[in-house]
Design a protein around this ligand. Structure first.
Ligand code: SF4
Length: 61
């Protein structure tokens, strides 16, 4: 299981605030683009999914 960011839900027009809540520093973002989750670092704790008001962080698999 891993986490991905749904581009249809993420507005991609601001710095992703979920970057600061990830305890593993697994989320990165290029400018205001779609945030990326490092599958090797992510432990699927769902902190980002619970935090994001857009519900853009989703489980895969
Ligand atoms: S599920 Fe947890 S470890 Fe994975 S990106 Fe979200 S906050 Fe970070």
């Amino acid at each position: 299981m891993s986490i991905t960011v749904n581009g249809a839900k993420c507005p991609q027009d601001h710095r992703c605030p979920a970057i600061n809540v990830c305890p593993l520093d697994a989320i990165s973002q290029d400018g205001h683009g779609l945030p990326q989750v490092d599958p090797d670092a992510c432990i699927s704790c769902m902190v980002c999914a619970d935090y994001c008001p857009m519900g853009a962080f989703e489980e895969l698999g």
